[in-house]
Design a protein around this ligand. Structure first.
Ligand code: SF4
Length: 344
């Protein structure tokens, strides 16, 4: 189902029949690390499934950093703008593939018009990003007020001949977010970025976001997603990729099975995953990998997984398609597992 219209961000289609795209937002200001370090992290996020990366663009000092990142990033780069229309124009001129604005905090309408003109000139997409916390007062509940505001801004954009638009209507309340997205989908075919904002730490956010976004995605609403969390952006991307997998919207990447550990464990599954999850998720393979703590369920899960690793006394056993292929130590477990996977 999904949106009837689509937007284009550096050649990447959002909406229409395109796959649901995963986004996150960079978690540090410019200037505290080198551009090369930022690009290395973007490459790693991209390998885990991240499709777009957004940066806060708060002052003209950000322009040189942003410009270099936008020109070298392997994935489209989005500038997040608040209050100052001149920053939006500068971000567009600095190579932003998309900008995210809330026209409600940009001020007078002519300022938003200036932004739209610049976006038209440069082929830049715009996300109209509205949050429940910064809505003007008015009639109706928060979801319907967000939808009315978004439709008003879309009319303004269209009156200028601009339709390379994505819309997001976010609340920290999952039900409000879902209702706003549903209402909007019933009135407009523009693609939607969906996410629960200010959703709490990794655990709380994963639950809230899955509850709200899972139902939307299952009913065909949502063209890009972010699992916003007070946690690492790597966790955001991993959670979003897993949500797309469990809702059947993506078959890409590695499906991880792991046991919770109990008093029987002789292999530290938690430590292993903490160290190696990013590397596993970055494998460009559609496989299941089981990480198990002992023999109670280890060999059984190995029978269902493409690859499995499990504790056995002071040793670690590695299986391929249910057959034991290697016996090693806990210290060498990671290198042994990746060697077996890479061998295939
Ligand atoms: S596989 Fe072993 S360590 Fe893991 S939860 Fe089951 S019994 Fe406990």
């Amino acid at each position: 189902m999904f949106s009837s219209r689509s937007a284009h961000v550096r050649g990447m289609e959002i909406g229409g029949k395109a796959p649901v795209r995963i986004q996150t937002m960079y978690d540090r200001p410019f200037g505290v690390e080198s551009v090369d370090d930022i690009l290395r992290r973007i490459a790693s996020l991209s390998s885990m499934g991240c499709d777009l990366i957004r940066f806060s663009f708060a002052s003209k000092n950000d322009a040189p950093f942003f410009s270099e990142i936008a020109s070298r990033s392997p994935i489209p780069v989005v500038a997040d703008i608040h209050f100052d229309y001149r920053m939006a124009i500068l971000a567009i001129e600095s190579g932003a593939d998309k900008i995210r604005i809330n026209p409600g905090n940009i001020g007078a309408e002519w300022k938003t018009r200036e932004i739209v003109k610049a976006a038209l000139d440069h082929g830049t997409a715009i996300r109209i990003g509205l949050n429940s916390g910064s809505l003007p007062s008015g009639e109706g509940g928060i979801p319907s007020r967000m939808v009315s505001s978004a439709l008003g801004y879309i009319d303004l954009f269209e009156s200028m001949g601009f339709d390379n638009t994505v819309v997001s209507l976010k609340s920290s309340d999952g039900d409000e977010t879902a209702e706003a997205a549903r209402l909007f989908a019933g009135k407009s075919g523009y693609p939607q970025h969906i996410g629960v904002t200010e959703a709490g730490d990794s655990v709380i956010s994963a639950v809230r976001s899955t509850w709200a976004l899972g139902r939307l995605l299952s009913s065909g609403i949502g063209d890009t997603i972010r699992i916003s969390m007070t946690g690492s952006i790597e966790d955001e991307v991993a959670a979003a990729a897993e949500l797309l997998r469990v809702t059947g919207l993506s078959e890409k990447g590695v499906r991880i099975v792991s046991c919770p550990r109990c008093g029987r464990h002789t292999f530290d599954t938690m430590g292993f995953l903490r160290e190696n999850r990013g590397r596993l998720l970055a494998l460009d393979k559609n496989i299941t990998v089981a990480i198990m703590g002992c023999l109670v369920n280890g060999p059984g899960e190995a029978g269902y997984a493409d690859y499995a690793i499990t504790g056995y006394g002071d040793k670690v056993y590695i299986y391929r398609k249910g057959s034991l292929v290697m016996k090693t130590s806990a210290e060498d477990a990671a290198s042994a597992l990746f060697e077996v996977i890479d061998d295939e």
